[in-house]
Design a protein around this ligand. Structure first.
Ligand SMILES: Nc1ncnc2c1ncn2[C@@H]1O[C@H](COP(=O)(O)OP(=O)(O)O)[C@@H](O)[C@H]1O
Ligand SMILES: [Mg+2]
Length: 177
């Protein structure tokens, strides 16, 4: 099966996938390769198997499950959704510690894939390797908007984000002289 992404073509085999970037998108290839390599110690990203620079190809683990957008569309169970969001909060926290800003958390619908064992995040080709921009605030804003909380709890959200920023920097420097 072949899926056409905005920047690539993804060929799905029985137990891996091959993402081939469009010819002029070397920097997208490089970003995804760097992010997947940096994050390979975590099981919330597809494990990178191989990358071929001159063909702009990344071979990686096939992620199976249901996209978040389908769960959101079909579930009226707020508690269930909140449990999923809570796991994504943890993933965003780790991404912030690792200094990989995925962006796109304001539209997390197709990049979060859920099955009965794991939640995985795909598509890192637009990420920024930097520590200034944070995933968690962006995803928290999405969740607050999603539950229509944004207006009433804007100040709470801002304070919580400031608290998290301190936590993230504390974890980042943990163990370093
Ligand atoms: N590791 C993977 N496992 C399973 N399906 C994948 C994987 N990576 C991508 N896909 C599928 O291919 C589609 C396009 O991939 P994506 O990384 O979003 O491409 P692009 O960056 O070009 O938009 C995804 O929406 C998903 O359906
Ligand atoms: Mg992409």
């Amino acid at each position: 099966m072949i899926k056409k992404g905005r920047h690539s073509e993804v060929v799905i085999y029985s137990d891996f996938v091959i993402k081939k970037f469009k010819a002029y998108l070397y920097s997208n290839f490089l970003k995804e390769k760097t992010a997947l390599n940096k994050l390979k110690k975590y099981n919330f990203v597809p494990q990178i198997i191989e990358s071929i620079e001159k063909e702009l190809i990344i071979k990686m683990e096939k992620v199976e499950g249901i996209e978040l957008r389908i769960i959101i569309k079909n579930s009226n169970d707020t508690k269930f959704l909140l449990n999923i969001f809570k796991i994504i909060f943890k993933i965003c926290f780790i991404l912030d510690i690792e200094g990989i800003y995925k962006d796109e958390w304001n539209r997390p619908f197709k990049h979060v894939i859920i099955n009965d064992k794991t939640i995985k995040i795909i598509d890192f080709d637009r990420c920024l390797i930097c520590s200034e921009k944070k995933n968690l605030p962006q995803f928290l804003s999405f969740v607050f908007n999603f539950f229509n909380l944004y207006k009433d709890y804007k100040q709470t959200l801002i304070e919580y984000i400031q608290f998290l920023e301190k936590q993230i920097s504390a974890y980042k420097t943990f163990g370093k002289p």
